[in-house]
Design a protein around this ligand. Structure first.
Ligand code: HEC
Length: 227
């Protein structure tokens, strides 16, 4: 039925991949060649990533084709039909993989940990917020799984080196699981609320969020001083 369409689509994709790959290889080669003379090294990772993607797509299609051919001949069907099946499979697999990559955390949770538009944090006395935050940090009733923040973070445990950086900054968990390149400290509190604590995010204007955020600043200072 759509054999012709599939084939055209495949050819279109392959030629597009080739067009992408060639300039990318050139960029990598040029960047590599100039590496000693102060060229912008930032080009290399993004070029490699783009090329990797293009190769990945091409590989999915090629595998699909090979598989389809084998199935086709095993069943004693015509080669043409076998190939068509392979192409269709290859594309379907590629798409499924692409979707699966972004899964894990739902879109609504990803949104819930980002500062909402027009957000004004709760304003209060800093010393009071810190004292309240320290209590909440040790409060297991905040989570749905019996953990408190301190279960993982007592005595400065569980943090990565990024915690030393001024906010907003990149945090691996935020980037990997929530697709955020930068996180503010209150967003980090919300990330730990919904992911490791398996709880609802705190209200954005709430005193609790302000308190945990303030107390996390104390934690950050201790973390920096300890290094
Ligand atoms: C099950 C363990 C666990 C619990 C419970 C937990 N966290 Fe975390 N938290 C982590 C891990 C793991 C990281 C390191 C994430 C990374 O660097 O990718 C982290 C990182 C952080 C960071 C620093 C991120 C940075 O590098 O800037 C803050 C702040 C933080 N957590 C606050 C909290 C607060 C507040 C709570 C309680 C509401 C909490 N965490 C509960 C595991 C936990």
């Amino acid at each position: 039925m759509s054999t012709d369409k599939n084939r055209k689509e495949l050819l279109r994709k392959l030629s597009r991949n080739l067009m992408v790959s060639v300039p990318m290889m050139t960029v990598v080669a040029v960047a590599g060649f100039n590496a000693g003379s102060g060229s912008p090294l930032g080009l290399i990772p993004s070029a490699e990533a783009a090329q990797g993607e293009a190769e990945g797509e091409a590989k999915g299609e090629a595998e699909g084709e090979a598989k389809g051919e084998a199935e086709g001949s095993a069943k004693g069907e015509g080669e043409a039909e076998g190939k068509a099946e392979g192409e269709a499979e290859g594309e379907a697999e590629g798409e499924a993989e692409g979707e699966a990559e972004g899964e894990g955390v739902s879109a609504s949770l990803k949104k819930a940990v980002r500062r909402p538009e027009g957000y004004t944090p709760y304003q209060g006395n800093v010393a009071d917020l810190r004292a309240q935050g320290e209590k909440l940090f040790n409060d297991t009733s905040l989570s749905s799984n019996g953990l408190s923040c301190a279960t993982c973070h007592a005595n400065g445990a569980g943090y990565n080196a990024t915690f030393k950086n001024e906010y907003p900054h990149t945090v691996a968990m935020g980037q990997r699981d929530f697709g955020m390149d930068m996180v503010h400290l209150d967003e980090m509190v919300q990330i730990c609320m919904v992911a490791p604590m398996a709880a609802e995010p705190l209200g954005w204007g709430s005193e609790e969020l302000a308190a945990l955020t303030e107390y996390s600043r104390v934690e950050q200072k201790k973390f920096i001083d300890k290094q």
